[in-house]
Design a protein around this ligand. Structure first.
Ligand SMILES: [Zn+2]
Length: 274
């Protein structure tokens, strides 16, 4: 396991309500996931200093390559099977675009859409077809790659932490924000949502995809659930805790039964700035 000192872990209070009173929800090898006694939010009581993700071994592009290699060495057959059956996750796979299209139906022009944690811009390239794409990415190397896609399409990628990036965009200038597999990583999810609220115009939307801690899979798989990732995943949202945080940061939330299927590891939601 990676050493605490090497990771520069910082302590956290409840990201839902700011409280410090909590109980252990899960105990893994060497760490715990806790539940806030005041609001029941499930979270990792420590977070990695985001500065270490900017470049080097912990930058997303490098850390993922290392992780895959470790998995292959540890469990080659299972990894190969998992990789070979990736089509499982592609069946009827939703994209943020499905939600954005609905939200912008009848609206002309090229709505401005911001992808938080945009990586090398793989998804921004898809966005660039119909939207003016913007991104924020903490890894400077990935941000440079994403800018190559966004620049010619009239957008811009900022190589910053998400909160710093959001603060750089003007208030009310965005039509949409995409938080795709992002909120579970953000050590300050509430300020992050408030930042999204600030950059959106009235009626603008945030499309969220996040692991669903309330899913049946999590209950069945226990600590083997794929949503548990230490130390990357620091927030474990349920439909209820996501709805609460959305309301408290100025959004109306829309989530159908099909957006949070009990059989899926992830859930979707559309937050509208009110
Ligand atoms: Zn709390």
């Amino acid at each position: 396991m990676m050493q605490r000192a090497a990771l520069r872990l910082v302590d956290r209070v409840c990201p839902g309500c700011g409280g410090g009173d909590r109980r252990t929800a899960h105990a893994f090898e060497g760490h715990t996931i806790v539940a806030c006694r005041a609001c029941e939010f499930i979270y990792l009581p420590v977070a990695v200093d985001p500065a270490i993700f900017a470049a080097g071994a912990f930058a997303w592009e490098n850390a993922n390559a290392i992780k895959l290699k470790n998995r292959r060495q540890k469990s080659p057959l299972r990894t190969r099977l998992d990789m070979a059956t990736r089509f499982r996750t592609k069946i009827a796979k939703k994209t943020p675009d499905d939600y954005l299209r609905k939200a912008f139906a009848g609206r002309g022009g090229r709505p401005r859409v911001l992808d938080i944690g945009c990586g090398a811009g793989g998804y921004l390239a898809a966005l660039a077809v119909a939207y003016t794409p913007f991104g924020v990415e903490i890894s400077s190397e990935l941000a440079r790659a994403a800018q190559v896609i966004c620049g010619p399409a009239g957008g811009e990628v900022l190589a910053m932490s998400s909160l710093d990036g959001l603060a750089h965009f003007e208030a009310g200038g965005m039509d949409g924000v995409v938080l795709r597999s992002y909120l579970e990583h953000e050590s300050q999810p509430k300020p992050l949502l408030s930042g999204c609220h600030r950059v959106l115009r009235a009626g603008g939307v945030v499309v969220v995809k996040v692991p669903n801690y309330g899913s049946l899979n999590r209950r069945v798989m226990g600590t083997k659930w794929c949503g548990f990732r230490y130390p990357e995943h620091v927030n474990y949202f349920t439909p209820a805790s996501l709805a609460r945080m959305a309301r408290e940061t100025g959004f109306a939330i829309r989530q159908s039964f099909f957006d949070a299927l009990p059989s899926s590891d992830n859930m979707w939601a559309v937050l509208t700035k009110v």
